[in-house]
Design a protein around this ligand. Structure first.
Ligand code: FMN
Length: 188
């Protein structure tokens, strides 16, 4: 009979995000585990169609400065420009996940982008398994060509998410409700 891994199930069923994240963040060894988990996502053709930009400490300030320059270049208002510099400071660690599709005769670009997206969820789950939490964010910057240039993305690359990681506020620990999936299911 199949072995039921209750802890793994609880991790999946209890997955939730946290907006307010403080220190500590995963340390270097834990980060290696988080990336090792990311590199185990399903990957058609084993193309590794993704890469990651990682920011903590002064890197968060550099990421915020890049966001601010992009906001200025995009002609955003004063409030958005001011907020942009502070955005990465909402967590002690930010991982920017980049879809980096490879030219391939068999594997469609969309498959490769999905593969890159899967790394974000996997890293969030791995971080939770290690006792941390996080939130997957996007926002207008993700689709902004100026911000993509700031981050050094190549023409074929795109951003699939900014994963903010850290330790949630103690008061913000409620388990997510269980939702009935049946309205979303069609049996063929
Ligand atoms: C591609 C993607 C982009 C997202 N962008 C944002 C975002 O910019 N801001 C935000 O508050 N939530 C964003 N979310 C949703 C959060 O990650 C999170 O799922 C949501 O706050 C619900 O919380 P839960 O994960 O605990 O159910 C995004 C989710 C995905 C998959």
């Amino acid at each position: 009979m199949a072995h039921v891994n209750q802890e793994a199930l609880a991790l999946l069923l209890g997955r939730r995000s946290h907006h307010r994240l403080g220190p500590p963040a995963p340390d270097d060894q834990q980060l290696r585990q988080i990336f090792a988990a990311a590199l185990r996502v399903p990957d058609f053709g084993h193309l590794r169609p993704y890469r990651f930009l990682v920011a903590r400490g002064s890197g968060l300030d550099r990421l915020g400065a890049a966001m601010q320059r992009a906001a200025i270049a995009a002609g955003k208002g004063e409030e958005v420009i001011a907020r942009a510099a502070r955005m990465p400071l909402r967590a002690p660690l930010v991982i920017v996940a980049v879809a980096s599709p490879k030219a391939d005769a068999v594997v469609p670009q969309f498959d490769q982008q999905l593969c890159a997206g899967a790394t974000v969820l996997t890293m969030q789950l791995a971080a939770r398994a290690l006792g941390y939490s996080g939130i997957w964010r996007s926002g207008w910057l993700m689709y902004d060509p100026g911000f993509q240039r700031e981050l050094g993305l190549a023409a074929e690359e795109s951003l699939v998410g900014l994963l903010y990681l850290g330790t949630p506020d103690e008061s913000d620990q409620a388990a997510p409700p269980t939702v009935d999936p049946s309205p979303l299911l069609t049996w063929l």
